[in-house]
Design a protein around this ligand. Structure first.
Ligand code: DON
Length: 562
C-alpha cells in the first residue's frame, strides 16, 4: 500500500493516481522516501517503478530538487551523499562539495585594512565555488545506479521544461534575496515575474536549465564541465567579476570518503566525513552524552547537558576542522570516547561554562535558513541520505546567461579571516582558511542509524544548526520514537559562539527557559521555526517502512510497504 504523509486528502488522491499511472505500482517495489518537495519524492517512486534502485531514485530526487527548489540546491551547488549498498553492506560518502577556484586566495574577501568586505563572499559570482552536484549525479548513476542518466534526469528535465507551480516557500525566500536576484539579469528573467516576486499560483518554467540538464544526460560530466555549458558559465562569471577558469572545471572531482562511525547506547551511527563537520560533531556529542541517562533525567538537565556537549563540539569544530586533503585533522582523537570523557569531565550539572572559558572573544552572530535534505531507501535495503546546498537562499543570486544554473555562494563557508564569523555566525580559523582547490568546511549531516530493531536515514538543512537538529533527532530515536517525532521535535541549539542557547518559538517550555537561565545560560529565541528534516525508518522485524517530512516545510514523505 502507498502511504503519503503530510498532504491534504485531495492532494493525496491526485498524487496517488498519477503515481499509479507512472509507476505501474507493482507489489514488489517497497520504498520509502522523504524530501523537501512532493515532485522530488514523486520522482523517486517513478525511478523505482522503472526498475531503478535507491541510487537511481537519489539521482532523480537531487535533479528534481535543483529544478523545483532552486533556493535550496542545484547544479550550481554541492553536497554530500551518504550511501549504503545492500548487496555487500558497503558504505561510502560521495563528497560533491564545491572547491575554491584556483585563483582564490586567503585574503580575497578582505579590504586593504584586513577587514571583511560585507557581501563579497555571499552575493555574485565571486562568492561561488566550483560546483560538485553535476559530477556527483553522474558518479552516483554510473557507479551505483541501474538506470542510465537519461532516465534518472528525465523528471527534472520535464519539470524544468514544462514548469511547475511555485509554493509559498519559494516566494518567501525569493523576497529575502530580491536585490541579488534583481542584480543578475539572467536570474531576474527566470525567477521573477516582470521584475517582481510572482503571485501564488505562478508557473516557473526554466527552458535553459532543461537544456543544461539534457546536456548532462547526453554527455555525462563533460556535458557540464566542458563544451557549451562550461563556455556559457565561464563567459558570464568572468564578465561579472568572477574568477573561474576552464582548468577549475576540468579539475573538479567527486571524492568517495569513508563515513565517520560511532556508537551510542547500542545504536550504530554512520555520519558525514570531512569536509563536513557533521559526522565528527555528532559522534563527539554522543560520546560526551553517553554516560548520562538522558531518557530518565529531568528536561532542564537534559537540555543543559546537550547544550554543554554542543558548546564543546562547536569549539573543536572551529579549532581543528577543515578540508582533510589540505590540513591534518586529528579525527581519530576527536571521535575517541576517551577524549570525550575528558570533555565530559569539564561539564557541571549545576551550571553552564561560559564559552570564553574555552577560549577567545565573542563576535556577534547572523542568521540564515536554506539548503535541502532527502532520505530514500529501497526494498533491497540500499539507502541514501543526501544534504545538498547552494548555501544562502538562491545561493549567490547569480545565474550564468543561457544556462539556467544558479551559482552557489558556498565560499562564505570558508573563514575569510581567523576569528571572523560567516553568515551563520560560525567562527573558525586557519584550518578552514581559503586556498585554491580547497573544499570549505560544512555542517551538512546526512546520517544513518541502526540498532537491533531499526534502521534510520535522516538529515536536514539549517546552516550551523544542522548538527544540533540531527543530534536531537538521534536522541529522539534513542528514546524509542519514530520519524514523525524526530522531524517534529522542538529545536534548540548552541554553537559555542555566540554564547547563547538559540531556540525556535516553542522550542523550550517556560519551565525549561527558567531552569536553563538559573544554570547560567543566555537564551535567544529565533524569529522563526527552523529546519526541514526528512527522515525514514525501516522496522527490521515487521519488514516495513515509516517516514516523515518536517511539518515546518512543504515536503512529502511516501512509503510503499508491499
Ligand atoms: O555547508 C553548510 O554547512 C552550509 N552551506 C549549509 C547551508 C544551509 O544549510 C542553509 N540553511 N540554513
Amino acid at each position: 500500500m502507498l502511504k503519503l504523509a503530510k498532504t491534504p486528502v485531495v492532494a493525496v488522491l491526485a498524487v496517488f493516481l498519477t503515481l499509479s499511472a507512472i509507476t505501474g505500482h507493482t507489489t514488489e517495489n517497497k520504498v520509502a522516501v522523504a524530501s523537501a518537495h512532493p515532485l522530488a519524492s514523486h520522482a523517486a517512486l517513478e525511478m523505482i517503478g522503472r526498475g531503478g534502485n535507491a541510487f537511481d531514485a537519489a539521482v532523480a530526487i537531487g535533479a528534481v530538487l535543483a529544478v523545483v527548489e532552486p533556493a535550496g540546491s542545484g547544479l550550481g551547488g554541492g553536497g554530500f551523499w551518504l550511501l549504503h549498498r545492500a548487496s555487500d553492506g558497503f558504505e561510502t560518502m560521495l563528497d560533491g562539495r564545491e572547491t575554491a577556484p584556483l585563483a582564490a586566495h586567503q585574503d580575497m574577501y578582505l579590504d586593504a585594512e584586513g577587514r571583511v568586505i560585507p557581501g563579497l563572499s555571499i552575493d555574485g559570482p565571486l562568492s561561488a565555488g566550483i560546483p560538485g552536484v553535476p559530477a556527483a549525479l553522474v558518479h552516483l548513476a554510473e557507479h551505483y545506479g541501474k538506470l542510465p542518466l537519461s532516465a534518472s534526469l528525465q523528471p527534472a528535465i520535464r519539470y524544468a521544461r514544462d514548469g511547475f507551480i511555485i509554493g509559498e516557500r519559494y516566494r518567501r525566500l525569493l523576497s529575502f534575496r530580491l536585490p541579488q536576484i534583481q542584480s543578475s539579469p539572467a536570474a531576474a528573467a527566470i525567477f521573477l515575474d516582470n521584475g517582481r516576486v510572482p503571485d501564488p499560483g505562478w508557473t516557473l518554467r526554466q527552458p535553459d536549465l532543461a537544456k543544461t540538464l539534457q546536456r548532462l544526460a547526453d554527455f555525462g560530466a563533460a556535458g557540464f564541465y566542458a563544451g557549451e555549458t562550461a563556455e556559457k558559465l565561464l563567459k558570464s562569471v568572468k564578465a561579472a567579476g568572477g574568477i573561474w577558469s576552464q582548468q577549475d572545471l576540468d579539475n573538479y572531482r567527486v571524492v568517495e570518503r569513508e563515513p565517520v562511525k560511532g556508537t551510542y547506547r547500542g545504536i550504530r551511527i554512520t555520519g558525514a566525513a570531512l569536509p563536513s563537520a557533521g559526522g565528527i560533531g555528532l559522534v563527539q556529542a554522543l560520546n560526551i552524552l553517553t554516560e548520562y541517562d538522558l531518557t530518565a533525567i529531568d528536561a532542564v538537565t537534559r537540555k543543559h547537558l546537550v547544550t554543554e556537549a554542543l558548546r564543546r563540539v562547536y569549539h573543536d569544530r572551529a579549532l581543528y576542522l577543515g578540508d582533510p586533503d589540505f590540513i591534518d585533522v586529528p579525527v581519530s582523537r576527536l571521535i575517541n570516547p576517551d577524549y570525550a570523557a575528558g570533555l565530559r569531565s569539564t561539564i557541571r550539572k549545576d551550571r553552564s561554562l561560559p564559552s570564553v572559558m574555552l577560549s577567545g572573544d565573542i563576535p556577534e552572530q547572523a542568521g540564515g535558513d536554506n539548503t535541502t535534505h532527502f532520505s530514500v531507501m529501497d526494498g533491497e535495503g540500499n539507502r541514501v541520505a543526501a544534504t545538498l546546498s547552494v548555501n544562502y537562499p538562491f545561493g549567490s543570486g547569480f545565474v550564468a546567461e543561457g544556462t539556467g544554473v544558479i551559482l552557489n555562494d558556498e565560499m562564505d563557508d570558508f573563514d575569510s579571516r581567523p576569528g571572523a564569523v560567516n553568515v551563520y555566525g560560525l567562527i573558525g580559523g586557519l584550518p578552514n582558511a581559503i586556498a585554491p582547490g580547497k573544499r570549505m568546511l560544512s555542517s551538512m549531516s546526512p546520517t544513518f542509524l541502526e540498532d537491533d530493531e531499526r534502521i534510520a536515514v535522516l538529515g536536514t538543512p539549517g546552516g550551523s544548526r544542522i548538527i544540533s537538529m540531527v543530534l536531537l533527532g538521534i536522541l529522539d530515536f534513542a528514546d524509542g520514537n519514530g520519524p514523525d517525532s524526530w522531524v517534529s521535535v522542538p529545536r534548540y541549539h548552541h554553537q559555542y559562539i555566540p554564547d547563547a542557547v538559540q531556540y525556535e518559538p516553542g522550542g523550550l517550555s517556560s519551565e525549561e527557559l527558567q531552569g536553563l537561565e538559573k544554570l547560567g545560560h543566555r537564551l535567544r529565541e529565533t524569529s522563526y521555526r527552523y529546519g526541514d528534516m526528512q527522515a525514514l525508518q525501516w522496522h527490521k522485524r515487521e519488514g516495513r517502512f515509516s517516514a516523515a517530512s518536517d511539518p515546518r516545510g512543504e515536503g512529502l514523505a511516501v512509503i510503499r510497504n508491499d
